[in-house]
Ligand binder design. Structure first.
Ligand SMILES: [Fe+2]
Length: 430
């Protein structure tokens, strides 16, 4: 089966004809790394997978120096979406200007809203920007991604949003965008969705399209060395959650398994080190790679109940996404393992939780419960705040449980948790 997959990836096996054929051909012409098998035969035991990624990924200390040359291939006037820190943004703006480009900066704060994207879109049109660079954490990258996708379109962003809108597909590609992450967490540099808050409806929703993947991702671990400890912890726990949820997802494939198997041990050995000493290059390298791997994994295998909660919780209160993941990782994993033991003791996810526990603890015989205990100790050591510290109260729990039931990520949790189990997980994170 693996050999067949490799042949598919090399293009030596013809793609089956399907009603989606024209769209697939169009996508593959645009993004050569998108490999799609469309099982038109309906035979359930046939190989079927999709793997999406940024068109080109450069990883390593110092690769940020490639940015000006990369950028020049896409135009002269980029909209550069950055975080609020001007000193940090200045370095990239100077680098681009020195190479003859005319960057236009757009600074965003925490957790982007639909209005954040609309404002940046207006600026990009007014300044006649021809492509976009995202330089920062997940908020800057998701904003850059959404603006790049919408820049050549005539419709409104709401048309393309899930949950609050019809989620209509983007009719044509956006302008190119280049992703340069400066935190190690979301993996947004290789994913194809932007998560945006809609404050009027108190939700966070995805703007999703294969056209949203970055044309180039430059992942330079040295850029994360200024990350303060609390951001390092939250972002790192987001990456860890994404790897673990993709690892036990029913949509996992041999490709995403390989990514998680590489990423989880790296997080285990390096997250606490990167948090304790931001200048530890080896630890920063591990975490930057783990975040990248987690982005690939989640984009192609889906997530689980922690991320199912993250949208509704983040929509109600402005809590950083990584903090929500860190606070819920233990309560949710504990309930997943318990539910599997009680209701599906032969479920393969239990063996997967055991394997993850062995990577995390470094002990050959570790069981799923040992993994949960290790995660509890890690989140305690990293001083992850509780949700109540951000104003989250028990009164909000029923609404979040109700909303989370409809979240996409809930569908790829390894077992359906009952409303009581979901309520218990949230209460434990207060
Ligand atoms: Fe996440």
């Amino acid at each position: 089966m693996i050999q067949q997959a490799c042949e598919v990836a090399r293009g030596t096996i013809a793609r089956p004809v399907s009603p989606r054929g024209a769209r697939l051909t169009e996508l593959q012409a645009l993004f050569p790394m998108v490999v799609v098998m469309d099982n038109a035969t309906g035979t359930s035991n046939r190989l079927q997978f999709e793997f999406a990624s940024a068109g080109r990924v450069l990883f390593g200390c110092g690769v940020r120096a490639e940015l000006p040359a990369m950028a020049r291939a896409f135009g002269l006037r980029p909209l550069v979406v950055t975080g609020r820190n001007y000193r940090r943004a200045a370095t990239v703006l100077e680098m681009l200007s020195a190479a003859g480009l005319q960057p236009v900066r757009y600074a965003v704060g925490q957790e982007p809203e639909v209005a954040t994207v609309r404002q940046g879109l207006g600026l990009a049109r007014q300044e006649q920007c021809d492509f976009v660079i995202g330089f920062g954490g997940g908020s800057a990258l998701d904003t850059a991604k959404a603006i790049a996708g919408l820049l050549p379109q005539s419709g409104e962003i709401e048309e393309h949003l899930e949950v609050v809108g019809p989620g209509r597909p983007l009719p044509r590609p956006g302008v190119p965008w280049v992703a340069v992450p400066t935190t190690a967490g979301t993996g947004a540099e290789v994913t194809r969705n932007a998560v945006l808050a809609v404050p009027e409806q108190r939700v966070k929703v995805s703007f999703r399209s294969p056209f949203l993947v970055a044309r180039v991702a430059l992942v330079d671990p040295e850029l994360t060395m200024d990350c303060p400890p609390e951001v390092t912890a939250a972002a790192g726990l987001d990456a860890l959650t994404q790897l673990l949820e993709a690892w036990v997802s029913p949509r996992a494939t041999f490709l995403t398994d390989a990514l998680c198997a590489e990423g989880l041990p790296r997080v285990a050995r390096s997250l606490q080190r990167a948090w304790a000493d931001g200048r530890d290059v080896a630890a920063r390298e591990d975490m930057a790679l783990a975040a990248l791997l987690s982005g690939w994994a989640l984009s192609n295998a889906g997530l689980g109940a922690v991320h199912g909660f993250a949208g509704p919780v983040g929509g109600l209160l402005p809590i950083p996404h990584g903090v929500v993941c860190g606070a819920l990782l233990v309560p949710v994993t504990e309930r997943n393992v318990r539910a599997l033991r009680e209701r599906a003791p032969d479920h393969p996810a239990l063996q997967r939780y055991a394997r993850a526990a062995q990577w995390l603890t470094g002990r050959a015989g570790a069981q799923p419960e040992d993994g949960v205990a290790w995660l509890r100790e890690l989140t305690r050591a990293l001083q992850i705040p509780r949700l109540s510290q951000f104003g989250f109260t028990a009164e909000l729990v029923p609404e979040v449980v109700h909303r989370a039931a409809r979240a996409n990520s809930m569908k790829t949790n390894p077992i359906a948790l009952t409303p009581d189990e979901l309520t218990g997980a949230l209460m434990a994170a207060l």
